[in-house]
Design a protein. Structure first.
Length: 224
């Protein structure tokens, strides 16, 4: 990979991460539950009384360890950049909070539900761009991709199962410790399925970007 291609891939990755951060804030604005991958940090922070950022970082570190154990010799050292990526994701979320503060306050359930659907679509787009860049991803997306690649699963279906699994684990922890579910609503459940489907579909369609990323070399044709 030459320098020009590397710059292009990291620029595409940062765009995907920025878009992914927007999806989290849009979901919060919809007030219909947290995003699937935020359910565990949100629940643990409520139980321990610590900030959600610390719990998110801890979950990212756990996912990174999972990748190392799963991929072993095939694990790329570049993926250790997921640690600063977790920090950068938090910064981007704060930026979106400032951008959208006071400008997006949906009134009524229908508008909140539509905003939640938009958040799912934005999340799918962000993940698809990260994977297309193929340099480094957030820990959750990277572990999902590694599982799909290792066992030859469809990425979209794998992400759906991964997100749904996070919601189930969060619900079990919350019920056991708090005797209720916290941060889990209809938006969380819809997001667990819809974001993965969208990400899998867009990942196939974005294959054409290889031509741009490889500095004008011929890329693959989009899968049908």
């Amino acid at each position: 990979m030459n320098l020009t291609e590397r710059i292009k891939r990291y620029a595409l990755f940062l765009l995907g991460l920025f878009i992914l951060a927007a999806s989290v804030i849009l979901m919060i604005k919809a007030t219909l539950g947290t995003t699937p991958l935020a359910t565990i940090p949100y629940t643990v922070s409520a139980i321990l009384g610590v900030k959600i950022g610390l719990c998110t970082f801890g979950m990212g570190a756990t996912f990174l360890l999972g990748q190392i154990l799963l991929m072993r010799r095939d694990f790329r050292k570049e993926q250790l950049l997921q640690i600063p990526v977790a920090f950068l994701l938090g910064v981007f979320q704060n930026i979106w909070l400032v951008i959208l503060d006071g400008h997006l306050e949906p009134a009524g359930y229908v508008f909140r539900f539509l905003l939640m659907l938009l958040a799912c679509g934005v999340a799918g787009l962000g993940v698809a761009l990260e994977i297309t860049a193929n340099v480094v991803m957030d820990a959750a997306a990277a572990l999902t991709k590694d599982i799909a690649d290792k066992f030859h699963f469809d990425f979209g279906r794998t992400k759906v199962c991964f997100d749904a699994g996070m919601v189930v684990i969060a619900a079990v922890i919350s019920l056991a410790a708090l005797h209720t579910t916290t941060g889990i609503r209809e938006g969380t459940l819809v997001g667990a399925f819809l974001a993965g489907i969208i990400a899998g579909y867009l990942r196939k369609k974005f294959v054409f970007m290889n031509r741009f990323l490889t500095s004008g070399e011929r890329g693959e044709q989009p899968e049908r």
